[in-house]
Write a protein of this length. Structure first.
Length: 387
């Protein structure tokens, strides 16, 4: 079991590199290029929010899983902007090889499952894959068109994409999105509908990509943001689900983790090892949840708010496993980077046991059993150096 878990962690460590893959499009505020990890998180959020607009034969839970994986091959092959002349057959072959390499890090049964899910998205033949592809066409389009001051070149690319490129088929398969995009390009208004009433929330959610956490990437010396962190721990939860208590719903856990940090758009990040007024922070987060989820139609607002509260309270097996994964990911990264945020905050092993162990052990004792010896060895080595 230890070898199996170590193989899973090796895959999850490699996945961290997706946070370093830059895409052609920018954040809404135009401050920097979007990366493929935060793009994948945003697409998963699109799937959850746009679920009422999917066909009755679509499983949103499977769509979310596809979107978590769909760009992972870019760790090896990079992003390929749609507006540039490209040998797409060569790209497809390179992506197949990358998928085999990356998913091959997992135990054989998971490697086969994850590769099959990725391939289903690529082949675009099932109802789930088709809806996932539709969202993958929509998000970059509205990432440009909803920006307060979009790059004129990006607007031209969006126009070309909508009028005769990959997004042109939205006119038939997702007409509400196509109509709104066309109206935005024309400077015309769109009458409120089931698509536009959800788009404001998705647009606001882009700001999570600019909320910096205390932890750094394993793949580069910069601070992680809360959007790419949310993507990564969703992947952690899926890969490590066999370490959860019997009877949990992995898909509910994924939804919790998809939403859990949204409030940081207003309330900011709350480092576990920082000096924080917890009562004041909790009040900020409650107000943020009310404002942000309030951008959605009432039914989704209520559902998302309830799910967020369940995670915060950690009063169900699903929420406790989600919390365990949330606490587990940063120590794994810090061990990989020689201490990471523990060095910044002068964290001791005793503090880790007090602040991290309870949540991990409550939601997944097996994860703590795997992690604890490595933590002890790391801090023992640090103490030896400082003697």
């Amino acid at each position: 079991m230890t070898d199996r878990l170590s193989a899973q962690i090796a895959f999850l460590k490699r996945a961290d590199e997706l946070k370093m893959v830059k895409r052609a499009n920018a954040l809404l505020d135009q401050s920097r290029p979007e990366n493929s990890a935060e793009h994948s998180w945003h697409l998963a959020l699109w799937a959850l929010v746009m679920a009422p607009l999917a066909g009755p034969d679509v499983s949103i839970d499977r769509v979310i899983r596809m979107l978590l994986l769909h760009d992972l091959v870019e760790i090896v092959v990079g992003d390929h902007p749609i507006h540039l002349e490209t040998d797409w057959n060569a790209v497809a072959k390179a992506e197949q090889a990358a998928a085999k390499e990356l998913f091959g890090l997992l135990p054989k049964d998971q490697a086969e499952l994850f590769h099959a899910v990725w391939l289903e998205f690529e082949e675009d033949q099932t109802a789930d894959a088709r809806f996932a592809k539709v969202l993958d066409r929509c998000q970059p389009l509205f990432q440009v068109l909803c920006a307060p001051n979009p790059d004129p070149d990006h607007v031209d690319i969006a126009r070309s994409n909508l009028e005769g490129g990959r997004a042109a088929y939205l006119e038939k398969v997702f007409p509400l999105a196509y109509e709104h995009a066309a109206n935005l390009l024309a400077g015309a208004d769109t009458q409120a509908n089931a698509f536009t009433t959800r788009l404001a929330f998705l647009t606001e959610a882009d700001q999570l990509k600019s909320v910096l956490r205390a932890s750094r990437l394993m793949a580069g010396d910069r601070f992680e943001n809360s959007a790419e962190h949310s993507w990564h721990i969703m992947l952690y939860a899926w890969v490590l689900a066999e370490n959860a208590p019997t009877g949990i719903s992995v898909d509910r856990v994924l939804q919790m983790l998809l939403l859990h940090d949204i409030v940081e758009i207003d309330a900011g990040d709350n480092p576990i090892h920082g000096q924080v007024d917890h009562a004041a922070q909790a009040a900020k987060e409650q107000a943020a949840a009310k404002r942000l989820f309030g951008l959605l139609p009432d039914a989704q607002c209520n559902t998302f708010t309830t799910l967020w509260h369940e995670f915060e309270a950690a009063d169900s097996p699903d929420a406790r496993f989600a919390k365990a994964v949330d606490r587990f990911q940063t120590p794994v990264a810090n061990l990989e980077t020689g201490g990471g945020s523990w060095v910044d905050y002068k964290v001791t092993y005793a503090q880790l046991e007090a602040r991290v162990q309870p949540a991990i052990a409550a939601g997944s004792p097996g994860l703590w059993d795997w992690l604890q010896p490595q933590l002890a060895a790391h801090f023992q080595s640090v103490e030896t150096v400082h003697r």
